[in-house]
Design a protein. Structure first.
Length: 312
């Protein structure tokens, strides 16, 4: 290699390193406009059916969010149904995310080649690529066998019965609570029943999440008191979504205030601007965080507290 080529190489690689360093230090924006959609697609026990295009219902909302300047739009749990990822169902979502340069979070039953599946929240990046996945960690089972409730699936049931009635007994449950570093902030995700446990949102917050997205698919209403409690105790903003046969799609600002909320049992689109600078200030100055006592919290990671919980 000649000295000239060597110097050119040093300059090029030095420039590349400088660009990476600059990108790494680019400050996050102080606020972000987000949208949430209360819409129905596939239900929990529905299998794919002909002549139904769930993504066709979602794309117009992605386009609307893009036109209105939102940076993220959130849809409900398993709304895309059982599908390959990527595949024919996700391709229109990818195209719309790319066309609008917007992040999209949407739920589906992601199929694997070996016949297994998982309840997954897909994160589409601004370029349309799938940049993250969250697998539901707490199965919301509805049927069980035996005297010890919620421990054993109903016996003698076929795979199809399970798929149509209680698919979360046989789904692949998630094993992690990831936080996704998007260009406007750090985002954690919960799916439906996950949010009924206090531990997941706390862990997500302690891992750096500034915004928690909680997608749902249930006929009831997402509980605003849970949302407010999470925001108050863990210093995060929140976005919730539900299918249109339920309610409780909302956006919270991190100070236990609900900025926007959908009416129950109807299709709806809401949007709001979250002050992330204020969320970050709360997190950095929190006496709650500073005065935690992990030495007292051992029971939180014990496997079985059933005897203690029922002793009285």
């Amino acid at each position: 290699m000649s000295r000239i080529h060597f110097l050119i190489g040093v300059c090029v690689f030095g420039l590349a390193d400088a660009v990476v360093a600059q990108q790494a230090t680019v400050p996050k924006p102080d606020s972000v406009k987000v949208a949430a959609v209360q819409v129905s697609g596939y239900d929990k026990g529905e299998l794919p059916r002909q002549d139904f295009d769930p993504s066709g219902k979602l794309v117009p909302y992605i386009d609307r969010a893009g036109r209105e300047g939102a940076q993220l739009v959130v849809f409900p749990e398993y709304v895309l149904g059982h599908t390959d990822v990527p595949g024919d169902v996700t391709q229109p979502i990818s195209a719309a995310a790319r066309a609008n340069s917007i992040y999209v979070i949407v739920g589906c039953w992601e199929q694997s080649g070996d016949g297994t599946f998982a309840n997954v929240a897909l994160v589409f990046g601004r370029n349309g690529e799938i940049v993250g996945r969250y697998r539901k960690t707490h199965p919301a089972i509805d049927h069980f066998d035996g005297d010890d409730p919620w421990k054993r699936p109903p016996a003698g049931k076929s795979r199809r019965w399970m798929l149509e009635n209680d698919p979360e007994w046989i789904m692949q449950a998630g094993e992690d609570l990831p936080v996704f570093d998007l260009d406007f902030g750090r985002v954690g995700i919960m799916t439906c029943y996950d949010g009924w446990f206090p531990e997941p949102p706390r862990v997500l917050s302690l891992r750096g999440a500034e915004l928690i997205v909680w997608i749902n698919g249930r006929r009831g209403t997402v509980e605003d008191f849970i949302v407010r409690s999470i925001m108050f105790q863990s210093h995060v903003a929140m976005i919730t979504s539900n299918q249109a046969y339920g309610g409780g799609t909302m956006i919270g600002d991190g100070r236990s205030r609900i900025l926007a909320q959908s009416p129950a049992r109807q299709e709806s689109y809401i949007t709001a601007t979250i002050n992330l600078a204020r969320v970050r200030h709360m997190r950095s100055t929190s006496r709650n965080f500073a005065q935690r006592r992990p030495d007292l919290y051992g029971e939180l990671v014990r496997q079985d507290l059933t005897q203690n919980a029922t002793a009285e």
